[in-house]
Design a protein. Structure first.
Length: 657
């Protein structure tokens, strides 16, 4: 057996990788294992599985999203714990860049082999050893981490399960009635679950825990329970007295109230960690939790299990309504339910975005704590896009300096490395004052640090040369700069006298033009060409004063995106706009010829900017191209086109050779 496969087998035994991980496939490659370990998260989890509490999970970033700074921080935490907790020698350890850059993956395998033979590892009963051998380096790694986001799903399904009486099995079933029944029954069971958490866990634990611990663990679950008591009552009344004719309006009305889930879902991971920490430190709390579990459900589900259920429930409403729409015949009711379905889809997307933004804020906080002389909040500059090492020189001085940079939506932070992970801010370059100029290097020029592009001051006051170690690194940075600058100043952003700007929304905001929720803790790009008094600082104007170029933008937008955003029954793009000049007689290729196969989405992915494509688990993506930067493909789903991480999908069939 190949050595990396032996290593993967050991990691599965240690319960770090799932048994069905892609590394177990016959066509798996060593790069799949390198990719899984590259951000350091699983390595830290490995040590905790071998020796509980050997790594403080608060010291690592669980979702570094391939930020070099955060990944290296995680890897170094692992290496430090190997020395301090497992007694390994420094010469037995790989260097952080051996893994992150896949510079010497054989050394990584070597370290894991030695770790597997330490007394602590052997005491745990994990005895698979890995020998040292040469492992080929593979640079074609994905930029996103594969994660199992289905925690709690089995528990949810178990709690919500309904059993049909045997007498109904032979009776012809009204599918719409079944959908309504499932919606009502699952809402009843879910509301009872929330009440059980309050009655059997929260109240009995109050004498044992500090108020801050109660808040950290239970978050806003009392508000959720109150909301669902009311929602359940209205659903029952609608189905009992109104034949569910006003059901759609209930969900539309409750959409704003259910935004409570944004806070809950973004904090539930920290809540379960806090719960684990308290139970490991206080035996009386641990025993009380076991007693509570026995009273609540005969010990079938722990509090930790039940805390994951709300996150599953809020993402089920649009699926339940989707089935109801499917089996509704009356066109008026169908149209009304589609409006409710759109509201619940928007709710699910908004909750996911709140969760993602909170993860990004944690990343930014980590950056902020490591950068000296940074007085302003980094969140003012938007989302982090890329970070890493480069050389920089002022166009006047011409002397190259080694620096570490953080590119955000609105600024580039240029830092100097200090001791450990400490950095000192040297310059803050606000992107609104600069433009890019690429300096192509010769195809045969493979020397390090010769790959460059320029940041030119818009006012002729100078600029900067940025030098990168490899052509591939330069390409990644250049792409991210182009995205940032494009978002800062979109094409036609000054049309009709407007000044469309990136803006920071303090709270969840509804754009009435689209009936869509916008939640951003961070600075984001333009919401759209449609002025709306709710979306500041955009200036509200009447539609008839839009100039021609805006309408052209609108037509072009719907040639590339689905009309379903405005016309619910038209899930198609604009093919031939009205009064469009006749095209030349050249043969036209069918739309299907653009695609090179399809892929099934296995994990949710939220786009970080307008070039990326948001995915939902279960979607089918049409593959347009695999020639984007490492690990990213271009595809289309529901009429939307953009880039997405290829390791979030599994290819179903392909026309690629």
């Amino acid at each position: 057996m190949e050595l990396w496969r032996q290593c993967a087998g050991w990691l599965i035994q240690c319960r770090v990788l799932p048994e069905n991980h892609r590394v177990t496939c016959d066509n798996a490659q060593v790069c799949d294992l390198a990719h899984a370990l590259r951000d350091g998260v699983l390595l830290c989890q490995l040590l905790n599985n071998l020796l509980p509490q050997s790594v403080n999970l608060r010291q690592i970033d669980l979702r570094p999203q391939m930020s070099q700074f955060l990944c290296l921080k995680n890897i170094r935490t692992f290496l430090c714990a190997c020395q301090e907790k497992f007694g390994m020698k420094k010469n037995e350890l790989f260097e952080a860049f051996d893994l992150f850059d896949v510079r010497d993956f054989a050394k990584v395998i070597d370290t894991l082999s030695i770790l597997s033979q330490t007394p602590l590892a052997l005491q745990r009963g994990f005895r698979v050893s890995v020998c040292v051998d040469t492992v080929e380096e593979d640079d074609d790694l994905y930029d996103c981490v594969e994660e199992d986001e289905n925690e709690g799903d089995d528990i949810y399904e178990d709690l919500m399960r309904t059993e049909e009486p045997e007498t109904q099995q032979k009776v012809e079933v009204d599918k719409r009635s079944c959908c309504l029944q499932e919606l009502r029954q699952t809402e009843e069971k879910y509301t009872n679950t929330l009440e059980s958490i309050l009655q059997h866990f929260l109240k009995p634990l109050q004498p044992f825990l500090q108020p801050v611990d109660i808040e950290n663990i239970f978050i806003n679950i009392q508000d959720l329970a109150k909301t669902h008591r009311s929602l359940l009552h209205e659903l029952q009344e609608s189905m009992l007295h109104s034949r569910a004719e006003n059901l759609y309006q209930i969900f539309i009305d409750y959409k704003e109230r259910l935004l409570l889930y944004g806070r809950y879902c973004s904090q539930v991971e920290a809540a379960t960690k806090h719960l684990d920490k308290i139970t490991s430190m206080h035996e009386d709390v641990k025993m009380k939790l076991e007693e509570c579990s026995m009273r609540a459900n005969s010990g079938r589900f722990s509090l930790r299990d039940l805390l994951m259920v709300p996150m599953q429930r809020v993402l089920k409403y649009h699926l339940l309504l989707q089935e109801l729409v499917k089996h509704t015949v009356d066109q008026r009711e169908k149209e009304n339910l589609r409006t409710a379905l759109d509201a619940m889809r928007d709710l699910a997307q908004c909750v996911n975005e709140v969760k993602r933004d909170n993860e990004i804020i944690r990343q930014i906080t980590t950056f902020q704590l490591c950068i000296e002389k940074m007085s302003l909040s980094l969140a003012l500059y938007g989302r982090p896009k890329i970070d890493g090492e480069f050389k920089i020189c002022n166009l006047e001085k011409k002397s190259k300096q080694d620096r570490y940079g953080f590119l955000f939506d609105k600024a580039l932070l240029v830092c100097k490395k200090r001791s450990g992970e400490s950095l000192e801010l040297k310059e803050l370059i606000e992107l609104q004052h600069y433009q890019l100029r690429d300096e192509p290097s010769g195809e045969k020029d493979s020397k390090k640090w010769t790959h460059t592009f320029l940041l030119m001051d818009l006012y002729g006051q100078g600029g900067y040369d940025l030098f990168f170690k490899t052509r591939e690194l330069k390409k990644k940075w250049l792409e991210q700069f182009e995205m940032a600058l494009s978002n800062m100043c979109p094409e036609n952003s000054t049309a009709n006298g407007h000044d469309f700007q990136m803006h920071c929304f303090e709270d969840t905001t509804s754009c009435k033009s689209f009936h869509a929720s916008v939640h951003e803790n961070l600075t984001i790009g333009k919401v759209g060409w449609f002025p709306c008094s709710k979306v500041q600082p955009f200036v509200p104007v009447t539609c008839d004063v839009f100039n021609v170029c805006v309408w052209q933008e609108l037509v072009q937008y719907y040639q590339e995106n689905s009309l379903r955003e405005c016309f619910k029954d038209v899930d198609s793009r604009l093919q031939t706009p009205y009064k469009q000049p006749e095209q030349s007689a050249a043969p036209q290729h069918s739309v299907s010829e653009r695609y090179h196969g399809t892929a099934k989405v296995h994990y949710d992915f939220s786009a970080r900017d307008r070039t990326e494509l948001s995915l939902r688990e279960g979607d089918t993506v049409k593959i347009i191209s695999k020639k984007a930067h490492n690990g990213w493909w271009k595809g289309e789903v529901y009429g939307r086109v953009g880039l997405f991480p290829s390791n979030y999908v599994e290819e179903e069939h392909s026309d690629y050779c």
